[in-house]
Write a protein that binds this ligand. Structure first.
Ligand code: M6P
Ligand code: ZN
Length: 184
């Protein structure tokens, strides 16, 4: 597909080849308050985020995707993506925020950085940095991501070790804290 289109009001792609839906039940092990997550799953198992992707998986190509992260919290931890390293660690990624308010949490070995994102912001994720996005607002947070076709997703490292920081609400604002479950 040579041409596609973003509906900026809805933050949706006109055309996509893959749609991934991550519900609360797909996020076991990712949030600190696992009991709050289980209660949420029993009640309605809400959708945490959706990814609409146009992948091109060969070396030299580019893939792109819009992620829509819904607002909400598990305990006091904001809704977030699983987060991943690239299977090919030396592959970078570009994020362009489309709607809402978010944070991009990045980690390389024991080093962590985070940046706020709102409509129009462009964030460069350099090679070797794991990345997770977090909705810190009260509406959908959506962004476009562009990445090398052969980057691949390594979820295993994050699933095992987590990120060194968590993002929680305190007195109506987000704050970034040390992750009590972080395994160095
Ligand atoms: C962005 C990109 C995608 C990723 C998606 C959701 O759109 O980084 O590659 O799949 O966010 O993040 P995750 O795969 O970590 O759940
Ligand atoms: Zn990525």
């Amino acid at each position: 597909m040579l041409k596609n289109r973003i509906d900026f009001a809805e933050a949706k792609l006109e055309k996509y080849a893959d749609k991934v839906v991550r519900k609360a039940s797909n996020m076991r092990g990712f949030y600190i308050d696992s009991e709050a997550l289980e209660r949420m799953i029993e009640q309605e198992d809400p959708i945490i985020y959706e990814v609409y992707a146009v992948p091109h998986e060969n070396e030299g190509e580019l893939s792109y995707a819009i992620t829509v992260l819904h607002p909400g919290k598990v305990g006091n931890e904001y809704f977030m993506t699983k987060g991943h390293y690239h299977s090919k660690r030396d592959r970078a990624e570009l994020y362009i925020a489309l709607k809402g308010r978010g944070l991009l949490l990045m980690q390389r070995d024991n080093e962590v950085q985070w940046v706020e994102m709102e409509k129009g912001d462009i964030i460069y994720v350099p090679p070797y940095w794991a990345h997770r996005s977090i909705n810190i607002g009260d509406e959908d947070f959506a962004f476009l991501a562009i990445y090398p076709g052969d980057a691949g997703h390594d979820y295993g490292t994050i699933a095992k070790k987590g990120f060194a920081k968590i993002v929680v609400e305190e007195n109506g604002k987000y704050t970034v804290l040390d992750n009590p479950k972080w395994k160095e």
